[in-house]
Design a protein around this ligand. Structure first.
Ligand code: ATP
Length: 249
């Protein structure tokens, strides 16, 4: 399988806090890779480094074999890293279409082509009927989908999805799961941070599990979910905090 992304010995310190500690990770072209772990484990910090928002304290990030760890976010976006954010921040006074065009214009400065491309993407995501609605008037599931639309409009090779299912009810989560599959089938490699276990287990080809900045397990979802270390530090804690009857999944 062809490797598209590799991080090696990745470290990020914030003052005295080691948020990410010597992480090695690889992602193959066409895969869906899940990144899981308790709050504060370092998942978003890894996304921030892969997308160029933060530079690592040390370590390497290789995109298609080239070192990119020192490039700024706009360069990473140009090279094909798209991302969504945990906290969705739409342009409230712009329509869904215009918000999506903000992404498309990164790739192509021609406004008409950006509009056409954005319409295509909104259709692909089943949002064409909401195209002219303002960002401020969207509900949470729609906001999440618009966030995905904006990221997809940058035409990423790798899409980083940061908790796109958080706060959604089971039927909206199921819809997002289907969309993630559809995006992946269209040729986009995906890295997914997700606390909704049912979603991450069913979507991911492979998983990486973090705890307090360290990688504690990786492998196929069925292997990782049986790993005693993972159960102890994450899944056990999750089931204590979220007894089954209350789980959003
Ligand atoms: P969650 O599931 O809650 O989103 P996470 O696994 O994404 O958590 P991170 O957001 O990556 O965790 O945070 C890892 C650690 O780094 C935390 O202790 C956090 O407080 C710290 N941290 C993250 N960003 C910064 C920052 N910009 N400055 C200082 N500390 C930070």
């Amino acid at each position: 399988m062809e490797q598209i992304l590799a991080v090696s010995n990745l470290v990020k310190k914030f003052g005295g806090l080691v948020a990410v500690s010597n992480i090695d990770m690889t992602v193959n072209k066409g895969e869906i890779v899940g990144l899981i772990g308790a709050n504060g484990a370092g998942k978003t910090t890894i996304f921030n480094m892969i997308s160029g928002s933060f530079h690592p304290t040390s370590g390497k990030i290789l995109l298609e074999g080239k070192e990119v760890q020192n490039l700024p976010a706009h360069k990473m976006c140009n090279l094909g890293i798209g991302r969504t954010y945990q906290i969705v921040q739409p342009f409230a006074d712009l329509s869904v279409l215009e918000n999506t065009m903000v992404g498309a214009l990164v790739r192509d400065a021609d406004v008409n082509r950006a509009r056409t491309k954005s319409k295509e993407i909104l259709k692909f995501l089943g949002m064409e009927k909401r195209m002219h609605v303002l960002g401020r008037d969207l509900n949470l599931p729609e906001l999440k989908r618009m966030e995905v639309a904006r990221a997809l409009a940058t035409q990423p090779k790798i899409l980083l999805l940061d908790e796109v299912m958080a706060g959604l009810n089971p039927s909206d989560s199921a819809m997002v799961i289907e969309l993630v599959r559809k995006i992946n089938e269209s040729g986009v490699t995906i890295i997914l941070i997700e606390h909704v276990m049912k979603a991450v287990m069913s979507l991911s080809d492979r998983l990486y599990v973090l705890n307090q900045g360290k990688l504690i397990s990786s492998g196929l979802p069925e292997e990782v979910s049986k790993d005693p270390e993972v159960i102890k530090s994450y899944l056990g804690e999750k089931s204590r905090k979220n007894p089954p009857q209350k789980q959003e999944e």
